[in-house]
Design a protein around this ligand. Structure first.
Ligand SMILES: [Zn+2]
Length: 365
């Protein structure tokens, strides 16, 4: 398996190596790696996301760090007479879909022989990275906003990570983590390109759930892009394997109190404008300046997708409505359901829609 890193700004190519997370020009990296999806081979494997092993950029199986994660349930739900599907993508060892990225990234970190890492997170990615690090004895420093949900911080501490609580904005937390990462490997869920090759596996599961086809529309919360960019990479893998011709519409949902992707989208632009950010209960998507904003917008434009904003009130109502179906998600996760409620009236006949629910409600009590 040949894997290279390519700068998304200047196109420079790098070999895989211990220290490489950014290009020398400062640009972010993506992986150059062209795997093929072979359904016959995949069907013979265990029901975990590692059944997609051939599409995961890891050279040697002995480096896999896994808790048999993945294969989250897809269930139907009626809304206003329409049937939609919910992907319960929070049913994971640490309670969020971030385990998809963490199992792949930490496996790669083990393969690269790295023994200390840094991550910054509003909580869920920090929990996932610290859980998978502790399994394999990698020391882990997690930078979090000091106003993150206390349960999320406790969970990270419980796994044994060194937690650094940073005051000020989410961007301050990123700056501090980046400074700290000068000496250690930066295992960021929105910068490190390996993470997306874990989060992409959700679309492979949906492809199998739909009997080797895809729904017309996928709706999900969007903040720093760890979910939507993974899905876009996964769709590209399916296309390269000649299994799909058309991508589903990707519809990103943001809090109206922090909606930089929406602000660019309504102007049909790729550059993220400076926006004012207000408090929102959807802490996981409260990202004022998503560093992969251009890539997120490209995924939305190229799939003929859309961006929807929702208020905190709509998020809370959605969280309660989901709870009445027995599904308890955190506010960031209820964002996608609130988006569905807004989108449902423009649903076309025969349009199948999957909403992705990303984090457990127990995280934010
Ligand atoms: Zn570059």
């Amino acid at each position: 398996m040949e894997i290279k890193l390519k700068c998304i700004e200047c196109g420079r190519i790098y070999e895989e190596e211990k220290k490489r997370v950014f290009c020398d020009c400062g640009g972010l990296l993506q992986l150059e790696f062209n795997p093929i999806f072979d359904i016959e081979k995949i069907r013979k494997k265990d029901k975990s996301l590692w059944r997609y092993r051939d599409l995961i950029p890891l050279k040697r199986d002995e480096n896999i760090v896994s808790l048999k994660e993945g294969f989250t349930p897809l269930i139907g739900k009626k809304i206003d007479g329409f049937e939609i599907f919910l992907k319960l993508d929070f049913i994971f060892p640490t309670g969020s879909f971030k385990d998809r990225g963490a199992t792949v990234l930490i496996s790669k970190i083990k393969e690269l022989g790295i023994n200390r890492i840094v991550e910054d997170s509003s909580g869920n990615a920090g929990a996932a990275i610290s859980a998978y690090s502790t399994i394999t004895d990698i020391d882990c420093d997690i930078f979090v906003p000091d106003n993150a949900s206390p349960n999320k911080i406790k969970q990270i501490e419980f796994y044994g990570a060194n937690v650094h609580k940073i005051s000020g904005s989410r961007e301050n937390v990123f700056d501090e983590a980046k400074k700290f990462s000068k000496n250690f490997y930066y295992a960021s869920h929105f910068i490190n390109p390996y993470f997306f090759h874990g989060t992409k596996t959700v679309i492979f599961e949906i492809y199998e759930d739909f009997n080797c086809s895809l729904p017309e529309t996928i709706i999900l919360p969007v903040g720093s892009g760890s979910s939507i960019l993974g899905i876009y990479i996964g769709l590209s893998d399916l296309k390269r394997s000649n299994l799909i011709e058309k991508f589903p519409k990707l519809i990103g949902v943001q809090s109206e109190n922090c909606a930089p992707i929406y602000s660019a989208f309504v102007k049909k632009e790729y550059d993220i404008p400076k926006i004012e950010k207000k408090y929102t209960i959807a802490e996981g998507v409260s990202i004022q300046n998503p560093l992969r904003g251009k890539e997120i917008l490209k995924a939305i434009y190229e799939t003929n997708g859309d961006v929807i904003t929702v208020s905190d009130e709509e998020i809370l109502l959605s969280q309660k409505e989901l709870a009445k179906s027995g599904i308890f998600v955190e506010p960031t996760s209820a964002v996608s359901f609130a988006g569905v409620k807004k989108y449902i009236n423009s649903l076309k006949e025969d349009e199948r829609i999957v909403a992705i629910l990303t984090g457990s409600g127990l995280k934010s009590l």
